[in-house]
Ligand binder design. Structure first.
Ligand code: C5P
Length: 311
């Protein structure tokens, strides 16, 4: 096989609830994650020299073991017991970095699916999801994408039907100078909110069940209006990040915005709309203020799948 292209989508959190602490030091989460049509593109070709070589059109990204793509490739080679496998990978980066959009995790998932295919390793999707969870909490979700409930660290997945009742779209904002460290955001959450964390599996399961049966999932099926979106990390990031406060204020003023929230550990922000036209109209009407405040913005639809091979 000469060359393979894999699309690697961003995700947003339609819900992010920090339930409590886990024995492994991570946080127990209850989330609804959704892939969107904001895509990186990963090009892969095999090489015979046993080396993994990554290049990227964004010079600010690491292309060594600091990049999940390289870690994924090394892990796959080790698990397959085939050290002679090599590949050239080139990443065209469109998803903003350090944004809470799982761009790095999605690239890792794209590398998993792409290299499994390129090298003909034959790992099944569930096997790839187990490998993915070893390298990042959001990576298993990024393989299948679409709309999923994500529990545990984020790796316990329950796929949901595609949203109905509207041609859902988002307007996404990210200030290029702002970035939030995910470990920092969770640490802040722990410092500020640990007293109210739940304890024990029974309490966690009660919240999972409340989310499964709650108004957000009903709204995504077009059965009722969207409730306000919940992101528990927003409460700790918003006071610390002026661009998060500014961006949320701008989005809340957008005409026809159905709901507004921060994604993941931020600092990216989004508003949901009933269709792409409405998201684009909001982007156009806010254009002056977005430019003045220095925000980058994207209008795009929701995406019903995760990483995908280009046909
Ligand atoms: O798994 P991932 O590399 O995305 O996690 C980055 C960091 O975010 C972890 O090292 C941890 O500090 C924090 N985290 C957490 N609980 C989770 C996911 C991430 O505390 N469920």
């Amino acid at each position: 096989m000469a060359e393979l292209i894999v699309w690697s989508p961003a995700k947003i959190n339609l819900h992010l609830e920090v339930l409590g602490l886990r024995g492994d030091g991570f946080h127990e989460l209850a989330m609804v994650m959704q892939t969107i049509e904001l895509l990186d593109r990963l090009r892969l070709s095999p090489s015979a020299d046993g080396r993994i070589q990554l290049s990227c059109d964004n010079p600010n990204l690491p292309t060594d073991g600091g990049n999940l793509i390289v870690r994924v490739a090394e892990l796959l080679k080790a698990r397959a017991g085939l050290p002679e496998l090599g590949a050239h990978l080139h990443l065209e980066k469109r998803i903003p970095v350090g944004a809470g959009l799982a761009g790095g995790s999605s690239n890792g998932a794209a590398a998993l699916v792409g290299l499994n295919n390129l090298w003909g390793l034959g790992f099944s999707e569930p096997e790839l999801a187990v490998l993915a969870a070893e390298l990042g909490s959001d990576m298993p979700f990024c393989i299948g994408g679409g709309t999923q409930l994500c529990f545990g660290r984020g790796e316990r997945l329950e796929a949901q039907p595609a949203p109905q009742g509207a041609d859902w779209a988002v307007l996404l904002l990210k200030h290029p100078a702002a970035s939030v460290s995910t470990p920092w955001a969770y640490q802040q959450s722990r410092q500020q909110r640990q007293a109210s964390y739940l304890e024990g599996e029974a309490a966690f399961e009660q919240r999972r069940q409340a989310l499964r049966q709650g108004p957000l999932l009903r709204a995504l099926q077009g059965l009722e209006p969207l409730p306000p979106l919940r992101n528990d990390l927003q409460a700790v990031v918003e006071p610390a990040e002026v661009t998060v406060r500014q961006g949320l204020a701008l989005l809340r003023r957008a005409e026809a915005a159905l709901a507004v929230a921060m994604s993941g550990s931020g600092p990216s922000l989004f508003a949901l709309f009933a269709d792409l036209e409405a998201a684009r109209r909001a982007q156009a009407s806010l254009a002056g203020e977005l430019a003045a405040a220095g925000f980058d913005s994207w209008a795009c639809t929701l995406r019903p799948q995760g990483v995908s091979l280009e046909e």
